[in-house]
Each structure stands twice: as C-alpha cells, then as structure tokens.
Design a protein around this ligand. Structure first.
Ligand code: SAH
Length: 344
C-alpha cells in the first residue's frame, strides 16, 4: 500500500525506503504482476537504481531541478495563465511556460500540445484535454472558456496551455476576454508560433532581406470552417512577397486558385510543413501550380503550415536537419545573388 504523501494513483508506484520516498513513475497502469515484481525486488533490497532508472522515469526528481535565477511569477489560486506551448518540440517551450507547468494544479490543454511537454507538469496536476483533434469529441469554444472561469472560481491554479502562441490563430484572445469579463485575473505567456518556428525547423527564414520586407499570416479557415471568403486575396497577394498560411490544407485548391487569380505565378515556390518541429515533421517543396497534386501524392495531412514565396528556396541552403544527418546543402546560393551572403 502506498504511504506517499501524494496518495496512490494508477500510474505511480510509490516506494518507501526508511525515511526516503521515491516515486517511480511511468504512464502505464501497474498490473498485479508488475507490483509483485517491484515488491519482490524491493523486499530483497537488491534494487539496482540503475535498473529502476532504465525502467521508469523518476519524474518528480527531474522536476525539482531549479529554474535559472529570475523573478519567477507565482501562479496564485483563482488565476488563469494562458500559455503557448510552441509548435511541438518540447525544447521550444519558454521558461515561463515551464514555471507555469510546475505550479498549476489544473492544466487545460489542446490537441497540438505534445505529450512530453505535459510530463513536465506537477505530477499532482489534473490534466484536462480540450482539443479538437485525434478522434476525440471536440470541446466547444464557449464551454472551454466557461470551464476555465469555473475552475478559477473554485480557487484552482489554472494553466491554459495552447499550441504555438495563444494569440496567433488560437482563440486565446477570446478565452482571455471571457476570463476578464468574469473578473478572473490572467497572465499571458507567449509561445513560438508554428508559422515562424515551424518554418525555421524546415530551414525557411520567414523574412530574408533579398526576398521580403513584409510577411502576411493568413488562416485557411474562417469561423464557420469554410475558406475565408472575406479575405481580399488580391490585397494579400499584392501586399506581401511571403505568405504564411495556417490551417490551409482543407481549402488548398480554393486558396491557390485565388492567389493565381490575384497575379501570383504558378511557378511560385511553396513549402508545406506538417507536424513541424516534431519527430514526424514532413516537408514538401512544390509550386503554387502543383501543390494540390503533390500534396495528394505525398499523402500529407494537417497540422500544416504552408509558406508561399521565394523564401522557400532558402531551404536548399538551410535545411539544417538534413545537414545534421550528414547531407551537404543542395545549393548555397539559392537566390542567385552571385556574392557571399555577408556582402551587402
Ligand atoms: N496558435 C498556434 C496556431 C493554432 S491554429 C500557433 O501559434 O502556432 C492550428 C494550426 O496551426 C494548424 O492547423 C496548423 O496550420 C498550425 N500548426 C500548429 N502547430 C503546427 C505544427 N507543429 N506543424 C505544422 N503546423 C502547425
């Protein structure tokens, strides 16, 4: 039986060594057989910690590594912190986000928040899924916002964790506004947005002096889930050399034909990056004219960031993940400058 102060949970085996408590943690339910072997090992006091380490994560020990010295804010009961978790790679989380994860007693998280990020949460925190993917029933935005209000009113320390940046196509503004309207105190923690960080992982700089002086972030869906008919594609196309499209896969035919109608060339370079920054990242380099067919051929599915513009060519030089794997850059001067990059 568990004598740990946290109480037993289905995913923890608590072991008491005289005055020391160690929580061995793994995200599976301990079966009687597993508990039998764990107890046997312990009773014989031949527990090789090295063996235990290799079997199980000692999560709480890792979570006590102090954050670097800084005036870290304290998450108070009754507050909601609205926080970006970045595009996927847990290493792209901010230190403020980590500070929040360690303090929250309820974490309401979205589909695009990676499971390894949640492992950094306080082990007693309640994790509530509020995503809209993965075959699970989607939570309605209104319900999510009001649930946050309710949790805060119960005096919980609430962390609302969203993929990327909470204020970039993430409805963070609406959730924050609901909280303010219900007099719930909030803090906003920005994150790295997929449209910037995700492209960087594909070796595409979202701005480059030889390419663009502006960049436009566009959503491929409007509130009803349709392609955004209210967008002035001509103005968007004329206004920015580089377009970064979120949620664009579903309506890619409509979007590309609008851009071509607005004057963009069918040979314009386009990149599609799915599951950016994660182990499943996939990148397709294509053109406005071929994207639909190439996407189907590649069988790529959301979440995807689509980048339209010459900055996509820079990937030929800057595909750093491929270079880490031992490949040479395909072309170190993809924009044909004819002089070194450092020369103005
Ligand atoms: N707030 C998020 C965007 C949420 S909208 C941010 O700042 O990144 C969800 C859309 O974001 C997805 O449909 C996709 O277009 C994009 N997205 C989020 N994470 C992504 C990832 N890891 N790879 C590719 N696209 C991603």
């Amino acid at each position: 039986s568990c004598t740990c102060s946290r109480g037993p949970t289905t995913s923890q085996i608590c072991v008491r060594f005289s005055c020391h408590q160690i929580i061995l943690y793994k995200s599976f339910t301990p079966t009687p057989v597993l508990i039998y072997y764990a107890e046997k090992l312990l009773n014989n006091v031949v527990v090789s910690l090295a063996f235990a380490y290799s079997l199980l994560h000692i999560q709480d020990m890792l979570n006590t590594i102090p954050l670097p010295k800084h005036n870290w804010p304290i998450l108070q009961p009754g507050w909601v912190w609205l926080c970006g978790a970045g595009p996927g790679d847990a290493g792209l989380l901010t230190l403020h986000a980590l500070n929040a994860l360690r303090q929250a007693d309820v974490i309401v998280y979205d589909a695009l928040v990676g499971p390894d990020i949640l492992e950094w949460a306080n082990s007693t925190a309640e994790l509530i899924y509020a995503g809209k993917r993965g075959g699970k029933p989607s939570a309605k935005q209104r319900d999510i916002s009001l649930h946050l209000v309710e949790l805060a009113k119960k005096g919980k320390k609430v962390l609302r964790l969203k993929g990327g940046d909470p204020f970039v196509f993430g409805r963070g503004g609406e959730e924050a506004q609901t909280l303010v309207q219900h007099q719930i105190p909030i803090r906003i923690i920005p994150g790295i947005s997929a449209g910037i960080g995700g492209l960087a992982y594909a070796g595409i700089p979202v701005t480059h002096r030889d390419v663009n002086q502006s960049v436009t972030f566009v959503t491929g869906h409007d509130q009803s889930g349709e392609s955004p008919s209210s967008l002035n594609w001509k103005a968007i196309s004329d206004g920015s050399q580089v377009l970064v499209i979120y949620m664009g896969i579903k309506h890619i035919s409509r979007i590309t034909s609008e851009l071509i109608k607005a004057g963009r060339s069918i040979s314009e370079p386009v990149a599609v990056v799915t599951n950016a920054t994660t182990d499943n990242q996939q990148v397709l380099e294509t053109t406005l004219g071929s994207i639909k067919v190439d996407l189907e051929k590649a069988g790529m599915s959301p979440p995807a960031i689509i980048c339209v513009g010459k900055s996509v060519l820079m990937r030929q030089a800057l595909d750093w993940q491929s270079m880490i794997s031992g490949n040479s850059p395909r072309n170190t001067d993809p924009l044909n400058r004819g002089r070194p990059a450092e020369a103005s």
